[in-house]
Design a binder for this molecule. Structure first.
Ligand code: HXC
Length: 300
């Protein structure tokens, strides 16, 4: 019989860090209206920060902001903006400064993803993901840097682990995320002397998110066509794991952490052989094709 895997308990950052460590601080988070980045924002707000969340869908953002405020008792400003447009991000920063007067922390989280083999990836499709993920991070870093310098604050750039190996159907995302990893190192080196830190958070598979759902092959009944490999630590990652790690990285105890790439995946990448790619037979399965088409309709 296989040994029972060791399953580490999930603990909230509030069980470890004091509630007020970010009192008076302000977070600016792109992609904060949903998924991992919403959870990261919630965790930072739970420790006393106010936040701006930026995204393209205003209805989703305002609903998320209300929820984050009621969960944390802090103030959350939703700003509709497209990270691909520098002037749009500059305006979101302007509104943040008008509302809160400062920016201490930035999460570069806005991202786009879909499965596509490289010969089915149009120039515009490739460019779109590079523009959202990589240019979006670049525009946001440039727009926020004067304020982050002033507060001697920190960046977390959200990346992933798929670019460490060739991951089929993910040429666009792999190229974009590798670029983000590189950008992170340069920001850390250039801005370190001014007291600014920059790190990458690289989550592996995180359960319960739209991104994970979109990259998971299921049939029409929602059954997995390719079973997930359990990470060596015995469970899937959670949004809460990402939130807690974010609190650590932004906190004083991580003041020597800069230029780092922090993989948060329960050691999954060390044993991964099949998250994406899926075999052609799976991509061709009618149920999965339909699911991808539906996901495409739902996205913002
Ligand atoms: C092939 C596709 C495609 C698909 C879009 N395109 N979906 N090509 N297969 N499934 C092509 C389009 O045909 C078009 O090219 C080009 O991409 C731009 O598409 P648009 O729909 O015009 O762009 P836009 O409306 O701006 O949408 C951006 C998007 C979309 C990236 C394509 O998926 C999006 O907005 N997603 C946001 C939500 C999201 O993806 N979240 C997941 C994050 S999770 P043509 O040539 O036709 O003009 C994540 C985790 C990463 O990132 C970690 C992985 C492990």
């Amino acid at each position: 019989m296989a040994p029972t895997p060791y399953v580490q308990p999930v603990s909230k950052s509030t069980a470890v860090f004091k509630d007020d460590i970010f009192k008076g601080k302000v977070l600016f988070c792109t992609g904060g209206g949903s998924g991992i980045c919403k959870g990261m924002t919630e965790a930072v707000m739970r420790h006393g920060a106010n936040a701006t969340i930026v995204g393209r869908k205003f209805d989703r953002l305002t609903a998320a902001a209300k929820e984050l405020e009621s969960l944390t008792g802090q103030v959350c400003l939703p700003v509709q903006a497209d990270v691909r447009k520098p002037e749009s991000i500059r305006e979101a920063v302007r509104q943040t400064i008008e509302k809160f007067g400062r920016i201490d922390f930035v999460i570069n989280g806005a991202a786009g993803n879909f499965l596509a083999p490289i010969d089915g990836l149009s120039e515009n499709a490739f460019r779109t993901v590079i523009e959202i993920d990589l240019f979006g991070s670049y525009h946001t870093i440039k727009a926020t840097l004067p304020y982050v310098r002033e507060s001697k604050g920190a960046y977390i750039n959200v990346s992933t682990t798929i670019q460490y190996h060739g991951t089929a159907y993910q040429a666009h995302v792999s190229a974009a995320k590798a670029g983000i990893d590189a950008l992170n190192r340069v920001v850390a080196v250039e801005e370190g002397p001014r007291g600014v830190r920059s790190n990458v958070l690289a989550p592996g598979p995180i359960s319960g998110t739209e991104g994970m759902e979109r990259l998971t092959a299921t049939d029409e009944n929602g059954q997995l066509l390719v079973p997930h490999e359990p990470a060596p630590s015995g469970r899937m990652g959670t949004v809460e794991d990402c939130g807690s790690f974010t609190v650590f990285l932004f906190s004083e105890v991580a003041s020597y952490a800069s230029g780092g790439i922090f993989v948060l995946d329960g050691a999954h990448e060390n044993i991964r052989n099949q998250m994406v790619p899926y075999p052609e037979a799976v991509l061709d399965a009618e149920g999965f094709k339909k699911k991808l088409a539906q996901a495409q309709e739902k996205i913002d």
